[in-house]
Design a protein around this ligand. Structure first.
Ligand code: KIV
Length: 272
């Protein structure tokens, strides 16, 4: 059989597992479009997440609920076209997997076929067991997501830290173990106490990727627009800003506007 191979060593679920075993932390960021994904991939990111946070940062919605399967596939295929090395995971959007495992499988297969992504992520534990099992049985790598699960925001009512109480912490531990036993290759833990995240990471063999879950997990994920400082208002304690692109971009655009108004752009040298 002849196969078309990418010319760099690509990240696989197997390698992510080995990274956990040897204590190498996994880096993960969101990406939604070709240009950004090219930069992140070339900079050496291990996992690119086509997050349903696209609903917020790309489309301007208040929650992740409105984004559709077609829109996720559009973002995912743009990211996949840009990626040479990273493992690309796509969020299954709200409503595409919760109620019915046949629909979940159909949605996951559409994502894999139409975008060329390498795996999918979905939110929840025991309540989505059948969907997870069905998708895994088709050979699709599945990443879990527990703790603060933004698709359930109207159930929680707020975006505050989850699983501070014993009962919710125990359910999270049970759900994490269940997802591992079902065959998930990794789990994202969002906004939970650091001690609980540590307990999950230490008791499971699969990589645990945290966002607002402290340092004692196997990797970290952030929304790229937040860590690059493109968004300004979102300031949770867990967010470290590595750049202030909002200011840099604003100044660049203001300079452009001024140059156009003052007839300083273009010059003869910039014309044909
Ligand atoms: O959609 C997203 O960006 C996510 C991350 C916050 C993990 O699920």
């Amino acid at each position: 059989m002849s196969v078309h191979k990418r010319d760099v060593k690509v990240v696989t679920t197997h390698q992510l597992h080995n990274m956990k075993e040897r204590g190498e932390k996994i880096s993960m960021l969101t990406a939604y479009d070709f240009s950004m994904a090219s930069i992140l991939d070339a900079a050496g990111i291990d996992v690119l997440l086509v997050g349903d946070s696209a609903s917020n940062v790309m489309a301007g919605h208040e929650t992740t609920l409105p984004i559709t399967l077609d829109q996720m596939i559009y973002h995912a295929s743009s990211v996949v076209r840009a990626t040479k090395r990273a493992f690309v995971v796509v969020d299954m959007p709200f409503g595409s997997y919760q109620g019915n495992s046949s629909e979940a499988l159909r949605s996951a297969i559409r994502i894999m076929k139409e975008s060329g992504a390498h795996g999918i992520k979905l939110e929840g534990g025991a309540e989505i067991k059948e969907s997870v099992t069905r998708i895994l049985s088709a050979g699709v790598p599945v990443m879990g997501h527990l703790g603060l699960t933004p698709q359930s925001i109207y159930k929680f009512g707020t975006y505050t830290v989850r699983a501070k109480e014993e009962a919710e912490a125990q359910k999270l531990l049970d759900d994490a173990k269940l997802l591992q036993d079902l065959g998930c290759f990794a789990i994202v833990l969002e906004k939970i106490p650091s001690t609980l995240a540590k307990k999950v990471a230490e008791s499971l063999e699969i990589p645990i990727i945290g966002i607002g879950a402290g340092p004692h997990v196997d990797g970290q994920v952030l929304v790229v627009h937040d860590m690059l400082g493109i968004t300004k208002e979102f300031k949770p304690r867990f967010l470290r800003r590595y750049a202030d692109l909002h200011s840099i971009m604003t100044e660049a655009v203001q300079n452009y506007v001024q140059d156009v108004k003052n007839k300083d752009f273009p010059t003869e040298k910039e014309a044909y």
